[in-house]
Design a protein around this ligand. Structure first.
Ligand SMILES: CC(C)(COP(=O)(O)OP(=O)(O)OC[C@H]1O[C@@H](n2cnc3c(N)ncnc32)[C@H](O)[C@@H]1OP(=O)(O)O)[C@@H](O)C(=O)NCCC(=O)NCCS
Length: 157
């Protein structure tokens, strides 16, 4: 049986510099390669072309994060990173983060959101497909360790 829906309790806010320790710690817990450094996160926090979001719920201040990039003159936004704390997975936090990213992209008048995912990341692929993302192309040896990826896209209306 599924646990009760958690999405309703999830709050998504913009990350601040006080989140840097949590952002770096989650990055290290989550990804073995292609990690974002503290300096990169710090730059994204101050950038107009990036948005770093943080999810919290039920008095827990840091349950996950999403990073999205925007480009001037492009109506396609890029979901660059998505991660939730391992012990809170399957409770809707990832969904709430993706929905917040989509809302932010719509607000910036983007017509689509794209992302890349490793071909062996079955959990994330299922998650994105359930949220309406469609595979639009292969990415040969895309990752630092030589792994292949897929590019996905969702058209925003
Ligand atoms: C991919 C990832 C971000 C998903 O985050 P999450 O918080 O588990 O996401 P959700 O809970 O919203 O959804 C995941 C699953 O829980 C289920 N779920 C969603 N809301 C739920 C709820 N309220 N109650 C119970 N289950 C729920 C969904 O059905 C989904 O199941 P399925 O994908 O097996 O069909 C997370 O697994 C993660 O951080 N993975 C490691 C990093 C990673 O791979 N990032 C993506 C790189 S491209």
């Amino acid at each position: 049986m599924h646990p009760p829906p958690a999405t309703a309790n999830v709050r998504v806010r913009r990350a601040e510099s006080s989140d840097l320790d949590d952002l770096v710690m989650l990055e290290e817990r989550t990804f073995d390669s292609d990690r974002m450094s503290r300096a990169q996160y710090r730059r994204h926090l101050d950038s107009d072309s990036a948005l770093v979001l943080v999810a919290s719920a039920n008095h827990r201040n840091f349950l996950g994060t999403a990073v999205v990039f925007f480009r001037k003159r492009s109506r396609v936004a890029r979901l660059y990173s998505l991660a939730t704390q391992p012990e809170t997975r399957g409770k809707g936090v990832g969904t709430a983060l993706v929905e917040a990213v989509e809302a932010a992209a719509r607000q910036r008048r983007c017509r689509a959101l794209r992302l890349e995912v490793r071909t062996d990341n079955h959990g994330a692929i299922r998650h994105y497909e359930r949220l309406g993302y469609r595979r639009i192309g292969p990415l040969e040896q895309y990752y630092q360790d030589g792994a292949h990826g897929w590019r996905y896209e969702k058209l925003l209306d």
